[in-house]
Write a protein that binds this ligand. Structure first.
Ligand code: G4P
Length: 302
């Protein structure tokens, strides 16, 4: 199947009702915030980002947080930071689970909003906190991020006159407040390539993708991008020269090393595939990024 082949409508537009509602809520919230803080998964900073947020965010200041940086390859994360900075975003790499990098977030928010701060100052408005909204596709760590921040926050501020009823703000410090409900985007799955990367990190259960095939492709990817990692972790030979199906061959080698056998001695490739997938997702194989800016085909960047 070619990379450019489009997925079926069902795969692209799941939960259309939820999405329409989420978009409506986000558009409403845009009226009361200054800056959109977009969380992406540092292992797939392109594939986990939905460009539709550009039209939803309008002209708001923008921050991108490369979350789960602890799971990603630091060199790739640096490339992504540079990539998004060139596009005009303020970017920080963070680990929302441990809270590392969270201080950089307030700095990023202030940097992204510096024009607004200047404008306010020129008009004599001082000390008005910047208001931020977190957005991102499911599973990128929005709730974890908000909880980490809320835990450290000085106070939760309640409803305020003039603010949409029911909105809660988490006051991070005297200059930044965070809306406590995140905006939920949906992955933009326009290609097999994006679908596969999202499936590898385990964000989509709705996509019917074959576990063994995904694991085979993942093994080939890791072997090619991170030479020595598979032999180090699984103790398998990485070269598949002369093999017609390198992925299947690598998966069989994992099955042999991990004793994945069915009754009768046949290799249990499903079990081996589950092991590979699970160990990748738990960062047991290593810190792996599934894409770098140079991997993204132009037809997806449009
Ligand atoms: P969401 O609101 O965007 O849908 O994501 P959520 O916060 O629920 O996070 C999804 C999963 O990602 C959670 O794991 C969470 O702990 C994990 N996570 C979030 N941020 C980070 C990070 O920076 N680093 C790492 N390593 N993990 C992160 P879970 O397995 O679903 O739950 P649990 O293990 O925390 O109980």
């Amino acid at each position: 199947m070619s990379e450019q082949e489009k997925l079926t409508q069902t795969n692209i537009n799941w939960y259309p009702g939820h999405m329409a509602k989420a978009k409506r809520l986000m558009l409403e919230d845009m009226k009361i915030i200054d800056v959109v803080v977009e969380l992406v998964d540092a292992r797939i900073p392109f594939s986990s980002k939905n460009p539709d947020i550009d039209s939803i965010a309008g002209g708001k200041s923008r921050v991108i947080l490369l979350n789960k940086a602890d799971m990603a390859d630091a060199a790739a994360t640096t490339l992504w930071k540079e990539y998004y900075e060139k596009l005009g975003y303020t970017v920080a790499a963070i680990n929302a689970r441990s809270g590392s990098g969270l201080r950089a977030v307030t700095d990023a928010i202030q940097t992204a909003c510096r024009e607004k701060i200047e404008r306010d100052r020129a008009r004599g408005i001082q000390n008005r906190p910047l208001r931020a909204m977190i957005v991102g596709i499911p599973n990128v760590g929005k709730s974890t991020f908000i909880n980490s921040f809320a835990g450290k926050a000085v106070a939760k501020t309640g409803n305020k006159p003039g603010v949409t009823k029911g909105k809660q703000w988490i006051r991070l410090n005297k200059s930044v407040e965070l809306l406590d409900t995140p905006g939920i985007l949906w992955p933009k799955i326009e290609s097999q390539l994006v679908a596969r990367r999202i499936a590898w990190i385990g964000s989509i259960n709705d996509l019917i993708l074959i576990t063994t095939e995904l694991a085979e492709l993942l093994l080939v990817f890791i072997r090619d991008r991170y030479p020595g990692m598979l032999s180090g972790h699984y103790g398998i030979e990485e070269s598949t020269e002369g093999c017609e199906h390198p992925g299947a061959e690598l998966l069989s080698r994992v099955a042999v090393r991990r004793g994945c056998l069915r009754k009768g001695g046949e290799l249990d490739l499903e079990r081996a595939a589950n092991i590979v997938t699970e160990e990748f997702r738990n960062v047991k194989i290593g810190q792996i990024s599934l894409e770098v800016p140079g991997d993204i085909p132009d037809y997806l960047k449009k």
